[in-house]
Each structure stands twice: as structure tokens, then as C-alpha cells.
Design a binder for this molecule. Structure first.
Ligand SMILES: [Zn+2]
Length: 452
């Protein structure tokens, strides 16, 4: 079986000497730095195009909205976490589950980026070549700023279960490299994840060894009895209920995963959040700009390693209120264009501020805004009626102006009989208008969720 060297981290001079001289013959080794709470983020630039590195398309509830390279990186980092990540599932090769560190250490997945970033941006990415026997490397400074790179030129596998005998396991290498990022050098214990070599077909290093855990705890301390813990999440609309222990009565921070390609890796945070039930429950509004799939963590007062909870997987797609989307086109009208719609407002029924705008329409023509929850298209006259398949409702007659614009402000407290709109519902809107020569046409159709 071919052995491939995993490169030691590239270190700033201050810690290089410690590393070079400090590698023990048996057991873990400490580089000399630790990751403060401001360096717990990690992001992934999903540019690893090597065959087998990005073909795991099997979703898992513990890694919502992630697959391939992204999921492998996420697993690699959270294996070092203090408690099982969710129920610990997602890797059939690990009997004990993912999240085995039992230390005052947890990392925060902060989504995907389009760039490899600079040292200190804490981004995992691919780079061309295979650099002799090197699979991947982590660049780290003495203050714990880091970046991780994976060479494209290997026969990678991204799991999720066992891999081919000639393949190199991405998740194992990610777990190893993240071990460097958090402060561990190479271990002299052959079965440790931090052993300096990796073998094809091997998935064992995905699961950190007692020696790795001992090293992690030497840096961060064994998980404190006062460390906050998250044991469950419950989402209702955009309100998240967090169940756990050791939350502060007031002033907690709740860390969310920021939407992809936003921010600089700093977690998206809700601040000054109180708890109830003796520190066992937090109710918090999910902030805008959250990633649909990510982790939630709670930081209580202070910046000690033990102030931050475990990372708990969160599928927050139900809290996302997207804007209007075009669900059905019509045919061009006599202007030569398809009639366009836009909808403005807060998407909140109680605010009652929804306004429909039509444009690219024939001038001075009468029309009626229609709305319903069907979206079956039928050609009528010169256009496509898109609200078939369900009841639809008519709003009062409007007329386009000389520029082909028209608008209508909905009164959500006084809608047509049977057509009441409630919060949490999505409705489709379309304009039916007269056309030159006695024909008629339709605008495009927008689906509009009332969800804020
Ligand atoms: Zn290494």
C-alpha cells in the first residue's frame, strides 16, 4: 500500500522552531498556538475538481445543504468538536459518531466562498498539482490564522462510506489538516489521525484517536462542566428555539452560519439573547443573511475556550423568506416584449404594504391583476394564463399609463371573497390586459411568499 506524506504545516518563524525540534517519538505534539474564539470559523472554496473529490451527492441531515468537498471538510472539522454533531451520524465508518473531541473546542462552519482567500481567512480549497508526495497542507501563523490547501492531482474520494483501495480519503486528510490548524503537530502514535502519513483506501483517520483527543485537551482543556451545550433545535417560521444547558440568563450570543459568499468568515451572530428555564432554553429570531444549512453555536459571556458551546447542525431553510420569483412566462405583447411584473413590500401580511407593478405593457389599456395558487399555463388569446389548476381571484380594473406602466396597491384586509391571504402562504400574481385589436394578453407570473 502506497504511503503518501502529508506535509507538516507551514509555520510562521516564531513557532517553526518549536515544531521542528518538538516532534516526539510517541504521542501527540503541540505546535504552540491555539485558536481563539475569533478563529473558530472555517469556510470552503469548492474548487476541488479532481475526479472523486466532489461526487458525494448523498444529503445528510447533520450537514444540511452540503455535499462533496464541502461536506467532507465540514465533517473533518467537527470531528474535533466537544459533543456529537447532531446525533453524530453521517459517516458509516465511525461507530462512535462525528464529534469526538470532548474538549473546550468547537468550530463554526461559515459556508462557501468563491475565492481561496489569504492566510488567516480560514478557507479550505484545492490547488493544482501533487507536489511530490504531498496531499494537502495547512498554512498557519503563531496567532492561529490559517488556510488549508488540497492538491488536485490525487485520486481523491469524498466518501461518505468506505472508499476504493486506490483512492485517498478527503475527509481523513481534512481531519488531519484541521488538527494542525487547531494546534497539533504530528503524532508518533501510528493509529492517530495526526500521524504524519496517510494510506490509500484508509478511512481510519476520520475518527480521532485517544492520542489526538489527549493532545486537543492539552491545548483547550477537557470539556468544562460549565461549558454551554446545545442538545436540540426547533424552528417555527423564523423563530429558533435552542435547548441545552449552561446558557447565561442574559447576554448570550447565538452564532449562525452566514450565507455563502458573504462576509469575511466572522460568524453571523444574534447578540444579547436571554435564556429561560435556568439556562436551558433560548428563543431567537433567525437573522437575515443566514445560510439555509449550517451550524448553530451559543457563546456565553467571556472569550474563554469554555464559553462556546458545541456546534449543532441547523436546517434553517424554513426560515428563509425569498423574494418574488417568476414561475411562468407569457408571449410578447404588442410592445414586442413580455409584460413584466414586480412586487414591492415587506412580505408581511400585517404590514399590508404589498404593491403590484406592471411594465412593458401597451399604453392606455385596461387590465385586471389576477392571483391564485395554481400555476398551470394555458394559451388564451395572445398570451398564457398561468394560474390554472386552482381557484384564482380578480382585483379591480386598472389602466396602463402612456408609458405602459400600471400599479395596484393591495389591501390585504379587504381581499376578494375566498381570496384572503395569510402569513406563511405563497400566492402567484399575473396581469391580464386588453390588447390592440380587441385581443388580450398576459404578463409574466410572479410567485410571492408572504413570509417575513
Ligand atoms: Zn500533517
Amino acid at each position: 500500500m502506497k504511503l503518501s506524506l502529508i506535509a507538516p504545516p507551514v509555520l510562521a518563524l516564531a513557532v517553526a522552531a518549536i515544531f521542528t525540534g518538538g516532534n516526539t517519538t510517541e504521542g501527540y505534539d503541540l505546535i504552540g498556538h491555539n485558536l481563539s474564539l475569533s478563529q473558530r470559523d472555517f469556510r470552503v472554496n469548492n474548487n476541488l475538481t479532481a475526479a472523486g473529490a466532489n461526487n458525494n451527492n448523498t444529503p445528510h441531515a447533520n450537514f444540511p445543504d452540503a455535499q462533496g468537498f464541502v461536506m467532507a471538510m465540514w465533517k473533518g472539522a467537527i470531528e474535533w468538536g466537544s459533543l456529537l454533531h447532531g446525533d453524530g451520524g453521517g459517516d458509516t465508518t465511525q461507530n462512535l459518531g462525528l464529534g469526538s473531541g470532548a474538549a473546550n473546542f468547537d468550530a463554526s462552519f461559515q459556508g462557501e466562498t468563491t475565492a481561496i482567500g489569504n492566510l488567516g481567512d480560514n478557507i479550505c480549497s484545492g490547488l493544482d498539482g501533487n507536489s511530490g508526495g504531498v496531499l494537502a497542507f495547512a498554512e498557519i501563523t503563531g496567532s492561529g490564522a490559517w488556510r488549508m490547501r488540497f492538491y488536485q492531482g490525487w485520486n481523491w474520494a469524498d466518501g461518505p462510506g468506505s472508499i476504493g483501495f486506490s483512492q485517498m480519503d478527503l475527509q481523513s486528510v481534512a481531519t488531519h489538516e484541521y488538527g494542525h490548524c487547531l494546534g497539533l503537530g504530528h503524532s508518533g502514535t501510528g493509529a492517530a489521525t495526526m500521524a504524519p502519513t496517510a494510506a490509500n483506501g484508509q478511512t481510519g483517520p476520520r475518527s480521532i484517536h485517544a492520542d489526538d483527543i489527549a493532545g486537543l485537551q492539552a491545548i483547550y482543556g477537557a470539556a468544562s462542566a460549565t461549558k454551554p451545550t446545545i442538545s436540540g433545535l426547533s424552528l417555527s417560521g423564523s423563530t429558533l428555539t435552542i435547548t441545552g444547558t449552561n446558557f447565561d440568563a442574559t447576554g448570550n450570543q447565538v452564532w449562525f452560519t452566514r450565507a455563502n459568499n458573504q462576509g469575511n468568515g466572522t460568524p453571523l451572530k444574534a447578540t444579547n439573547v436571554p435564556s429561560t428555564g435556568g439556562g436551558t432554553q433560548i428563543v431567537v429570531a433567525v437573522p437575515n443573511d443566514v445560510r439555509t444549512g449550517g451550524d448553530v453555536l451559543v457563546q456565553k459571556s467571556g472569550n474563554a475556550h469554555s464559553s462556546l458551546s458545541n456546534a449543532y447542525p441547523a436546517d434553517l431553510s424554513g426560515s428563509i423568506c425569498s423574494g418574488p420569483t417568476n414561475v411562468c412566462f407569457s408571449f410578447p405583447n404588442s410592445t414586442g416584449n413580455i409584460g413584466q411584473l414586480s412586487i414591492t413590500g415587506s412580505q408581511n401580511v400585517a404590514a399590508n404594504d404589498t404593491v403590484l407593478f406592471g411594465s412593458q405593457l401597451p399604453a392606455g389599456q385596461f387590465g385586471i391583476f389576477l392571483y391564485g395558487q395554481g400555476f398551470t399555463g394555458t394559451t388564451i388569446s395572445q398570451g398564457v394564463f398561468c394560474l390554472g389548476g386552482a381557484p384564482f381571484y380578480r382585483l379591480p380594473i386598472v389602466q396602463t399609463d402612456p408609458f405602459g406602466f400600471v400599479n395596484y396597491a393591495l389591501d390585504l384586509t379587504n381581499m376578494p371573497l375566498g381570496g384572503d391571504i395569510s402569513q406563511g402562504e405563497t400566492w402567484n400574481f399575473q396581469l391580464w390586459h386588453r390588447e390592440n385589436g380587441g385581443n388580450s394578453n398576459f404578463s409574466e407570473t410572479l410567485a410571492y411568499p408572504f413570509c417575513n
